[in-house]
Design a protein around this ligand. Structure first.
Ligand code: ADP
Ligand code: GN1
Ligand code: MG
Length: 353
């Protein structure tokens, strides 16, 4: 790894490198230099990103666009170029590496600690989307094709059940049945997209709470990270995935399912934060936001379940059965959203949706 770091233009000489963060996709390290600077070093996941160079093109375009529109050093991610001026390094094994300046003075949360954290994180993603509104969507590459195409996620689930590569399908009967019983309804958002009923915007597509940095002192939103899936998408994806993660009463992989559900208070705060920062949504887009929350939750469960059946090749896992635990928790959350559907739509109506 030292060989790789040496190829980037850093302020000072690296004095320490340690694993960092809890993302499921890339490998991340924190690098400190003798000049007192800190950097984020990442190795891109080549299983997930078939074309890492395309990912880096998107990330560079988004960073450059945002840097021109936001005041303040910390407001957007900044890539540290390699010595030869390129924005990533490819090592002798073909791995892709990049370095970002570390955004200092922030906290990155796994669980919201106050109501204001929920409002601020949702506002951060809403602001991100508003700021990118005039970046022409056509200039971005689709880094993961069909990323939020829920019917396609179901096709992959059915293929995984059929292939049963890891011999795990028999032990996941209730989860498979839960998902398949909802297949038709889960495709509604994608059908609306295909019918041209919803504007396609530049969206983040992975709006987990731990992809936003809040100021450590003021707790106000500072910066959105994890730009690998910034692509054309729907507002309902970003709102929905934020609710899936931060609006839940338990962690994404909680094993005690009694603890897992939707917090309507959190839903309300996320809706306010997102809509305040993103006032230009159409009436129909606003109407689809609860559907986005349910669809993203179910879709994520389907993805975890598919990965479990395929032998854990996509998401990082930290214990046996981890992906099955995650799928169960997502399905429990989706079920609770079904129970709370009228209350969710009432919140939207109150907020003018
Ligand atoms: P993954 O795709 O694996 O989720 P991320 O890009 O989200 O990887 O990075 C993992 C974690 O590293 C983030 O959740 C965040 O805590 C932290 N992080 C990433 N980039 C920065 C940065 N530039 N400054 C500070 N922290 C960062
Ligand atoms: C992954 O990279 P990370 O950990 O922020 C995944 C998301 C899932 C999420 C579930 C590129 O996000 O789509 O919703 O895990 N990212 C990718 O926790 O697949
Ligand atoms: Mg992340």
């Amino acid at each position: 790894m030292e060989n790789v770091i040496r190829r980037f233009r850093l302020e000072g000489t690296p004095v320490s490198v340690e694993r960092y963060g809890s993302g499921h996709i890339n490998r991340t390290w924190l690098v400190r230099t003798d000049a007192g600077r800190r950097y984020i070093l990442q190795r891109l996941n080549r299983t997930v990103f078939a074309d890492p160079a395309a990912v880096m093109e998107n990330v560079a375009a988004v960073c450059a666009f945002l840097a021109g529109r936001t005041g303040g050093e910390r407001r957007c991610l900044r890539l540290a170029p390699a010595l030869d001026g390129t924005l990533y390094v490819r090592d002798e094994d073909g791995e892709f590496w990049r370095v970002y300046g570390f955004v200092e003075g922030c906290v990155c949360l796994e669980v919201p600690e106050t109501p204001e954290d929920l409002y601020q994180s949702a506002a951060a993603f809403g602001t991100f989307q508003s700021r990118l509104a005039d970046l022409p969507a056509g200039t971005l590459r689709e880094t993961i094709p069909r990323f939020h195409d829920t019917p396609d996620r179901y096709r992959q689930l059915r293929a995984a059940v059929g292939a049963d590569a890891a011999g795990r399908a028999a032990g996941a009967g209730p989860e498979i049945a839960f998902a398949l019983a909802r297949e038709e309804a889960a495709g509604a958002l994608q059908r609306m997209r295909q019918a041209g009923a919803l504007p396609v915007r530049v969206t983040h597509n992975d709006t987990k709470l731990n992809n936003v940095l809040l100021d450590a002192a003021t707790r106000r939103a500072v910066c959105v990270v994890d730009l690998d899936t910034v692509m054309p998408g729907l507002a309902a994806y970003d709102f929905g995935d934020a609710v899936r993660f931060a609006g839940a009463t338990a962690a994404e992989d909680e094993r005690d399912l009694e603890k897992m559900g939707l917090s309507l208070e959190a839903f309300d705060l996320i809706a306010r934060g997102y809509l305040d920062a993103c006032p230009g949504l159409t009436d129909r887009e606003r109407e689809t936001l609860p559907l986005g929350a349910w669809t993203m939750t179910l879709e994520c469960g389907v993805r975890f379940l598919t990965d479990y059946l395929q032998g854990d090749t996509y998401f990082a896992v930290h214990r046996p059965g981890h992906n099955l635990d995650r799928a169960r928790a997502q399905f429990r959350l989706a079920e609770d959203m079904e129970r709370k559907w009228d209350a969710m739509t009432a919140v939207m109506a109150r907020l003018g949706g």
